[in-house]
Design a protein around this ligand. Structure first.
Ligand code: GAP
Length: 521
């Protein structure tokens, strides 16, 4: 049943009832900022990850560059974060209610008073603003304390008797920097190369909120691209994307409140709107990736972050921002980290973190795309969610390659027994050739189509009583609800073409006949 609520509320509702995402430990009241992915959500999440691996690792690797994937420990000892600066600087501004003792992020409290503050605003200024607007505790209206720093890392002790401080990693990147020596030696790495990693990161957010947007445990897909200084101006793969268009918001445009402009990546580098070719290359790749996930081009852009929002060592940060029901959210952080990380870990650990390049030992520079899987997952749900006049149920128009299941197979009726048997046989045949298939014979056919739409299954195949006589089955298209009858022997290849987007359903309708099959013009 459809009901009136905000888009994000509708999405949370369907996420709960359709097996996408639930609050963790819900029966005990949950733990704020932690979520479990249910079976359908896990299928979609895995497809997004597979596409990231395919596009950013497998297809990227060629004679010019090698990208390897590693899988590091989530628990890291304190010296890592002393050297990286997280222990000192990975803080959010906190204020506490003097009456109820609840804690809040000062910038979030100020947002409720329509005061925008950027990351990095000094604590005194935040306290001043709280006083200026008369901000009070959002829970009990009590007086708020002065703003202070709160370190967002989860601390623990190693061993039974403790003594060795350790932290859950707040980003996956640090594993890559601290294992740089092993990685380069064992893989005989040559610049440029990349190390990718997907995994959980942990941040003790003061006020986790907005569903999957601000969590305490979340998944990042990061790549550290290690490059020599000359690759910054001449990256071997740059020509592949030079004429790609991205949407960009410069610092000046942001200050003036202007919307994103379309610009060729080559021009953006020439005009020095982007700091180097590898970073520009990554932005082009992300633009393509998001569209493959079904996120419309007009919905996202890259914003050059202001100096206050950028770490002192960074040569430029460009967040991928999305227009969502929660407002503008950052779903990917892109940073030119220069040689900062390797230099600081080399100094602190007294280890040489260098690589041979053109006969010299050098400390490479790093360009990093850091994709937040959960925010991307939410963005995909929001982009593909449909609540329209075409049907009385809400549904998801996932691109077939990220749909949780590719094909649902149904018998038209529950009787006779032979119909069930031959439909199960067809289901198993499609499963054997590697399609993601689902079999269902409960309820009537209309309910089954609705259930398939509700989780975004792009194609349904129905066998009926005629099928045993004419050797045909019916394919139903989720997006148009149109149907085409095809020979069972043509079914697998047609489905594969539809899933791989080599054929549209409209083309199938126009070009397919049972007598002649698929006729190419
Ligand atoms: N290594 C760089 C780094 O971690 P970041 O901008 O702090 O950069 C990258 O994080 C991405 O991780 C963000 O764009 C976002 O998608 C995701 N992310 C960060 N904090 C998050 C949180 N509390 N909940 C969900 N996703 C988060």
């Amino acid at each position: 049943m459809k009901k009136e609520s905000s888009l994000s509320e509708e999405i949370i509702d369907v996420a709960l009832v359709r097996g996408f995402v639930f609050p963790s430990a819900e029966i005990y009241g949950g733990a704020a900022g932690t979520y479990d992915y249910g079976p359908i959500g896990t299928l979609i999440k895995n497809k997004i990850v597979n596409l990231w691996r395919q596009r950013f690792i497998y297809e990227e690797t060629d004679h010019n560059i090698r990208i390897w994937e590693m899988s590091g420990s989530r628990l890291l000892p304190e010296p890592v974060f002393v050297a990286s600066g997280h222990l000192e600087k990975f803080n959010d501004p906190l204020t506490q209610c003097k009456s109820c003792k609840k804690s809040f992020r000062v910038d979030h409290v100020l947002e409720d008073y329509e005061v925008e503050v950027t990351d990095g605003t000094p604590l005194e200024e935040l306290t001043e603003k709280v006083k200026e607007v008369g901000a009070v505790c959002p829970k009990c209206k009590g007086e708020l304390s002065e703003a202070r720093e709160f370190n967002m890392m989860f601390k623990t002790q190693l061993g039974a008797t403790g003594g060795h401080n350790a932290y859950l990693r707040p980003e996956t990147a640090q594993n890559i920097f601290v294992s740089f020596r092993r990685l380069t030696h064992s893989m005989r790495a040559k610049l440029p190369f990349g190390i990718a990693q997907i995994g959980q990161s942990y941040r003790n957010e003061i006020s986790p909120r907005n569903f999957l947007i601000r969590m305490r445990e979340f998944t990042q897909m990061e790549i550290e691209y290690f490059v020599a200084p000359e690759h910054l101006i001449d990256y071997p793969k740059f020509d592949e994307v030079a004429s790609s268009i991205i949407r960009l918001v410069t610092r000046e445009m942001h200050e003036k409140g202007e919307k994103a402009m379309d610009i060729e990546v080559e021009e953006a580098v020439e005009q020095k709107l982007l700091p180097n070719q590898p970073l520009a290359y990554i932005l082009a790749l992300e633009t393509e990736f998001l569209q493959l996930l079904g996120v419309p081009y007009e919905k996202f852009w890259f914003r050059h972050m202001s100096p206050e929002e950028t770490a002192h060592y960074s040569g430029g940060n460009y967040d991928l921002e999305v227009d969502s029901d929660y407002g503008v959210i950052e779903i990917v952080g892109n940073a030119y980290r220069q040689d900062h990380d390797l230099q600081c870990h080399a100094k602190a650990s007294k280890t040489k973190l260098r690589i041979e390049h053109d006969g010299k030992m050098i400390v490479p520079h790093v360009v990093e795309p850091s994709l937040g899987l959960d925010r991307i997952f939410y963005t995909v749900l929001e982009s593909c969610y449909r609540n329209d006049e075409t049907r009385t149920w809400t549904w998801f128009a996932f691109p077939p390659h990220i749909a949780p299941i590719e094909v649902a197979v149904f018998p038209l009726r529950k009787k006779p027994e032979e119909l069930i048997e031959s439909t199960i046989e067809l289901y198993l045949d499609l499963k054997d050739i590697g399609l993601d298939v689902f079999y269902d014979d409960s309820g009537n056919i209309g309910k089954r189509y609705a259930r398939a739409d509700e989780i975004g299954i792009p194609f349904c195949v129905t066998m009926d009583l005629e099928s045993s006589k004419d050797d045909c089955v019916t394919i139903r298209d989720r997006d148009s609800t149109d149907q085409v009858r095809v020979l069972t022997e043509d079914l697998a290849s047609i489905l594969q073409m539809l899933i791989d987007s080599e054929l549209t359903f409209v083309e199938l309708k126009e070009k397919y006949s049972i007598d002649e099959g698929l006729v190419e013009e």
